[in-house]
Ligand binder design. Structure first.
Ligand code: ADE
Length: 225
């Protein structure tokens, strides 16, 4: 998979990709991530990328031309399956969207800033608009990092068997059950007996029940569909 990220603040985005599972995935050539500084495509001597709103109103709007130049350059080099715009008024990111996007070959992620982008950018280029929650960030970069983390860990080979994404919360529409490790007892707090039974069908049944109970208690909305 190849991910191209268009941003005015590449330095804000880089560190998540220089550590942990994301770095491992990049080093193993399972994914490549490329940053494009929108400023490099700015207009005029000042390399402008934004201007005031037509009709008045506070806040600057990102202009279409620098974004068009950047996206068109990328599109002249390869075909993109999805051009995603990070925005608080997009659809809420969830595991289903992450699964879907992780299957794509080439994607572009556009990070918004200021008030956002000229509507014509969205009309002309964007195939999907994603929000990471009902709050406004100062830019789309942190949202893009969250989206990339969620999709990259799903790419086959990125996680070992021991951390398989298949047992994650949400992957079967339920939250994950409680988990335990050594010691067997800590300060009077005991691990459920069934986990020592060696009876794997029984353990699996217990886990399924716990996942259901936890979901019912914390996220009953997930059981609705
Ligand atoms: N940009 C600003 N706020 C955002 C949010 N909540 N999700 C995605 N991108 C954003």
């Amino acid at each position: 998979m190849r991910i191209d990220i268009i941003t005015v603040l590449p330095e804000l985005l880089k560190s998540p990709f220089e550590a942990s599972i994301l770095k491992r995935a990049i080093d193993a050539n399972l994914v490549s991530v490329h940053f494009h500084n929108l400023r490099d495509f700015g207009i005029g001597n000042y390399k402008s990328i934004d201007d005031t709103q037509f009709g008045g109103g506070a806040g600057m709007v990102m202009m279409i031309e620098p974004i068009d130049t950047c996206i068109s350059k990328l599109q002249s080099e390869r075909t993109y399956d999805e051009i995603i715009y990070m925005t608080p008024d997009g659809e809420h990111l969830n595991q289903g969207i992450a699964n879907h996007v992780s299957l794509k070959k080439n994607i572009i992620i556009l990070c918004g800033h200021y008030k956002g982008v000229d509507q014509r950018v969205r009309d002309k280029f964007i195939t999907r608009e994603i929000s990471i929650g009902d709050y406004v960030l100062s830019g789309g970069e942190l949202g893009a990092a969250v989206l990339c983390d969620a999709i990259i860990r799903l790419i086959p080979g990125v996680l070992g068997n021991e951390t398989s994404a298949l047992t994650d919360s949400f992957q079967d529409g339920l939250l994950a059950p409680p988990i335990y490790t050594k010691p067997r007892e800590y300060d009077g707090l005991k691990v459920p007996e069934v986990l020592f039974s060696g009876n794997f069908p029984e353990i699996e049944k217990w886990r399924e029940e716990q996942a259901y109970l936890r979901t019912k208690e914390r996220r009953p909305d997930l059981l609705d569909d």
